[in-house]
Design a protein around this ligand. Structure first.
Ligand SMILES: NC(=O)c1ccc[n+]([C@@H]2O[C@H](COP(=O)([O-])OP(=O)(O)OC[C@H]3O[C@@H](n4cnc5c(N)ncnc54)[C@H](OP(=O)(O)O)[C@@H]3O)[C@@H](O)[C@H]2O)c1
Length: 221
């Protein structure tokens, strides 16, 4: 299969790269300036592509990506800072929103026709923090808002792309030990990613545009 992953140089994205390579897939790993852990992977099935997803897909980058995509994973994300009610700035909200919500829409606009060629799948990495039902602690305005907006955009994608044979799922990776969490968390990237890969494989078992965690549990939103 042909797999395209954004934000693939570290954390959860890098683990998606490792696991899909391990089962023999061709992986296009998108990263910003820093190759990070991708530089240590020696595989003819790995194709690295420099793409900051806040930028439109240029013709040069488009030419490096496959014409047929079986799985597209919108993984790139930022947490942001200074997000309590008395601190949050419009600039911070816009920045966090651009990476976490606008970028996945931008990526899907640019690549959905290639996913349609394979009748493939799109996985958008949101967060339980974007679930209104799960918000018991408040705060975190930029990240919560952006991930909630991604949930609804992802649902719309699921509806809009169904006629082209594309399936879309929204994922919560769990609380995962990565740079984003300063290595705090309940699970490691291996556990998170193997769980999310199973959800992507089992996408037929879920309702259209479902929001699902790494354990396969539906998340209310
Ligand atoms: N870790 C958790 O507990 C957790 C929980 C819920 C949801 N998530 C979501 O899961 C995804 C991965 O998180 P993570 O924990 O692996 O985070 P991470 O370790 O901070 O990695 C974030 C990745 O996103 C990339 N990225 C950020 N802005 C980008 C841009 N403009 N263009 C391209 N790539 C960009 C980063 O690249 P650079 O190295 O260039 O910055 C990095 O590869 C995110 O969407 C996050 O919100 C994580």
């Amino acid at each position: 299969m042909n797999i395209v992953i954004t934000g693939a140089n570290r954390g959860i994205g890098l683990e998606f790269v490792r696991q899909y390579l391990a089962v023999g897939d061709q992986v296009w790993a998108c990263h910003r300036d820093d190759m990070g852990g991708l530089a240590q992977i020696d595989s003819g099935s790995l194709h690295t592509v420099c793409w900051d997803v806040t930028q439109e897909l240029s013709s040069e980058i488009a030419a490096q990506l496959p014409d047929s995509i079986d799985i597209l994973i919108n993984n790139a994300g930022v947490y942001g800072s200074q997000q309590q009610l008395d601190q949050i700035s419009a600039d911070m909200m816009h920045k966090v929103f651009d990476v976490n919500c606008v970028a996945p829409v931008r990526v899907v606009q640019a690549l959905s026709q290639r996913v349609a060629v394979a009748k493939g799948r799109i996985a958008n990495l949101s967060s339980k923090m974007g679930s209104s039902a799960d918000n018991g602690s408040g705060g975190c305005y930029g990240y919560r808002a952006a991930k909630a907006a991604l949930v609804i955009c992802s649902k719309s994608m699921a509806i809009d792309l169904q006629p082209q044979g594309i399936q879309v799922v929204t994922l919560h990776p769990g609380w995962v030990m990565t740079d984003m969490t300063s290595n705090n968390g309940l699970i490691d990237t291996q556990t998170s990613v193997s769980g999310m890969r199973k959800v992507i494989d089992d996408i037929d078992d879920y309702e259209l545009g479902a929001f699902v965690d790494f354990n396969g549990q539906l998340i209310p939103f």
